[in-house]
Design a protein around this ligand. Structure first.
Ligand SMILES: [Zn+2]
Ligand SMILES: [Zn+2]
Length: 254
């Protein structure tokens, strides 16, 4: 959940409570705030504690999404190191390729970064950057693992050859992968990651979290019914939750 959206907004009861109310309405019992690291100035752990006190029926996790922003992430990494013990959960993601001033997943403008390019090479480069991020040792779980497909560009190479090394690294580091419904509201109109990547991850015993990557409390839990069907179909029988970076697996009743 991204309560700040895409600008610094101080954590206050007014900002955070609607997210808890939305979660309660949807029957979600365990939720995590994961604002982008470039907005870390808005995060207030004391406000999260107060929110927990007011809403004891829900588990509220303090998290952040660290990406590879060449301008802001060095400060984000330092902030995460400093606040590691207060955080339950760190998501890792890649939003930047060659341009430092534009996320490639901006819709629709970011698509120009892939137009006329060797898409297999772009996929390889995307996953290389993801491994670089994992190597920081500061993430618990990967967000939208195959975000590179967002505008609908498909590789010609077998996805296995493109993603295997990264999945092996994820397994070796004992990290989780997020199943994110956000892909269903983007041009690609597909879950992140794709079914074949989920299957490859399952073969390796990599666990999953669920996410809607909501940037508004109205978006929370978007397409979770479709996600439940997909998980049942693929045989995903448990999801994981995080407390102080420690993972617990919860069986699903689908
Ligand atoms: Zn965002
Ligand atoms: Zn992201």
């Amino acid at each position: 959940m991204h309560p700040q959206g895409h600008r610094v907004q101080r954590y206050t009861p007014e900002l955070l409570q609607p997210w808890v109310d939305s979660a309660r309405r949807l029957g979600l019992k365990d939720i995590a705030f994961t604002d982008h690291d470039r907005y870390h100035a808005g995060i207030d752990f004391h406000e999260i504690d107060r929110l927990r006190e007011r809403n004891p029926d829900l588990q509220i996790r303090a998290g952040i999404e660290l990406d590879n922003d060449p301008v802001h992430s060095p400060a984000g990494r330092k902030w995460i190191e400093k606040n590691w013990d207060k955080l339950d959960f760190v998501l890792g993601s890649v939003h930047f390729l060659e341009r430092a001033d534009q996320m490639f997943d901006s819709v629709p403008d970011g698509a120009a970064q892939l137009e006329g390019r060797n898409i297999d090479a772009m996929y390889s480069e995307y996953f290389r950057r993801l491994r670089e991020l994992i190597a920081t040792g500061l993430v618990d779980c990967l967000a939208h693992l195959d975000l590179i497909k967002i505008h609908g560009h498909r590789p010609t190479a077998d996805i296995r050859t493109l993603v295997n090394k990264t999945l092996e690294f994820i397994r070796a580091r004992n990290l989780a992968i997020e199943l994110s419904t956000a892909g269903w509201r983007k041009p690609v109109n597909e879950l992140y990651p794709s079914d074949s990547i989920i299957e490859l991850a399952m073969e390796r015993g990599i666990p999953f979290t669920t996410a809607s990557d909501a940037h508004s409390h109205v978006q929370l839990g978007e397409n979770f019914v479709n996600l439940a069907h997909k998980m049942a179909e693929l045989g995903v029988r448990q999801v994981c939750i995080f407390k102080k970076h420690k993972r617990a697996e919860v069986p699903l009743q689908l």
